[in-house]
Design a protein around this ligand. Structure first.
Ligand code: GDP
Ligand code: IMO
Ligand code: MG
Length: 431
């Protein structure tokens, strides 16, 4: 399917708790764009694209890399783990994906260091039952350092003396925390320095002033696709805090994470799964802790693309998705994984939460309310037909059409594409 972007720059975001199928949709849209840019997050993301049964999982590199003659940009809002990046580049090259001048990395992106990963792990262990369930990729500690102005950026790697001094100071401080608070071994700044000087040489060809690059592209009216990572309900401000990630996963993050004018995001497209998943801890009112939840997990292949952890599964949550549509200003949606519901006789949709005598049809702010929320369901008939081979809107079974229309009515935006399987070709245009 060739998507017509009508000259719009699009920001594509996840409307749930991540893993909505963004990678697949970015890959489909990429054909109609010149530049694909990641604006936040880091290697906590796992975006899967399947092309003729061949599976690719992208963590840091935009999913657009799988198509030829497209520029892929890692914007300044991303936190970059150079080891992970180099591994990803080697893996892709070994599978004949071209990576050279088409990949650009922001010189002001913050770097993830071994102490970030170690602190992520230790802080999670310390929290015990209250752990966030992070991907342990050092994301929270790296963004914390950025905000606390203790971060080290890509460009610092190319000034060895300055880098050495700064790293020495930061590692000294981290060692106090590691040894005195966590009672664990200290790290050697020199080992990290040598390791990262090695990375510096290897990543140098890709590093540039991506702000200038992107603003030139805007002037030249290049078509830009912004690839959101994580999901809007994991956004540090608008998600289920504190069970969130540490970046702005919503569309607003694209402006600050790339450095382009807000007016250059012409359209926001939200990706939503036909049901809900979440990996890690935190509220999930429509979660199914039963055989049906397990069925969705197995049929949907719901195991983390980054950590391999089983994802928690449940029914589609209208309250949560409406909140995400609002915080993103989403103009339209893509509905993914419809095929996973094929066997169901009835399908439930969570349209509100009940907590004691209170009914919520809006996203509650406080965690205490969340914890007590029980889902209020609307029931619809299932279609009990294989939808995975469907390619034309005419082939959609009436009950599936009813499910799609009901979701559109409930969330208040149009669904313009329907995904019915992991492969690039398993897509139906609804417009
Ligand atoms: P992302 O993080 O949003 O890019 O999503 P992930 O790649 O982490 O998870 C989505 C999973 O669902 C991947 O394994 C995809 O290959 C798969 N997938 C995407 N769309 C569909 C679909 O429509 N049907 C099915 N069955 N699988 C899909
Ligand atoms: P994509 O881009 C699903 C979750 C983690 C944890 C919380 C914080 O593939 O949709 P972090 O490591 O970011 O500090 O973890 O956020 N999380 C994701 N869940 N998909 C993701 O990315 C995620 N990235 C982080 O599981 O609950
Ligand atoms: Mg994912």
């Amino acid at each position: 399917m060739k998507y017509s972007n009508r000259g719009c720059n699009i920001c594509l975001v996840g409307l749930q708790w991540g893993d909505e199928g963004k990678g697949k949709i970015v890959d489909i849209l990429t054909e109609s764009f010149d530049i694909i840019v990641r604006y936040q997050g880091g290697s906590n993301a796992g975006h899967t694209v399947v092309i003729n049964n061949e599976k690719f999982v992208l963590h840091l590199i935009p999913s657009g890399i799988l198509r030829k003659n497209k520029y892929c940009i890692i914007g300044s809002g991303v936190v970059l783990d150079p080891r992970q990046l180099l591994d990803e580049i080697s893996e892709l090259r070994s599978r004949n994906i071209e990576i050279g001048d088409n990949l650009r990395i922001s010189e002001i992106a913050h770097l993830v260091f071994p102490y970030h990963k170690k602190l992520d792990e230790l802080s999670e262990s310390e929290k015990g039952d209250e752990k966030i369930g992070t991907t342990r990729r050092g994301i929270g500690p790296c963004y914390s350092d950025k905000m606390a102005r203790n971060g080290i950026r890509v460009s610092d790697l190319f000034h060895p003396e300055y880098f050495k001094q700064r790293l020495q100071k930061v590692v000294e401080e981290k060692n106090k925390i590691l040894v005195r608070i966590f009672n664990t071994d200290s790290l050697s700044w020199k080992d990290i320095y040598d390791e990262y000087c090695g990375y510096a040489k290897q990543i140098k060809p890709f590093v540039c002033n991506t702000i200038a690059f992107m603003n030139e592209a805007v002037k030249a009216q290049k078509r830009i696709l912004f690839e959101g990572a994580q999901g809007s309900l994991l956004d540090v401000d608008f998600g289920t805090y504190p069970f969130v990630t540490s970046s702005s996963a919503t569309a607003g993050g694209a402006v600050t994470g790339v450095g382009i004018p807000p007016s250059q995001i012409h359209k926001v497209m939200g990706v939503m799964k036909s049901y809900t998943t979440r990996v890690g801890s935190g509220p999930f009112p429509s979660e199914l802790n039963d055989a049906l939840g397990e069925h969705l997990r197995v049929k949907g292949g719901e195991y983390g693309a980054t950590t391999g952890r089983p994802r928690r599964c449940g029914w589609f949550d209208v309250v949560a998705v409406k909140h995400s549509i609002m915080t993103n200003g989403a103009d339209s949606a893509v509905l993914t994984k419809l095929d996973v519901l094929d066997e169901q006789k009835t399908i439930k949709v969570c349209v509100g939460y009940r907590s004691g005598n209170n009914i919520y049809d809006q996203f509650p702010a406080d965690l205490a309310a969340w914890t007590e929320c029980q889902p209020i369901y609307k029931e619809l008939s299932g279609w009990q037909k294989d939808t995975s081979k469907m390619r034309d809107v005419k082939d959609i079974p009436p009950q599936a059409r009813n499910y799609i229309n009901t979701l559109e009515d409930l969330v208040g935006i149009k669904i313009e594409m329907l995904s019915v399987g992991p492969d690039r070709g398993q897509i139906v245009s609804l417009v």
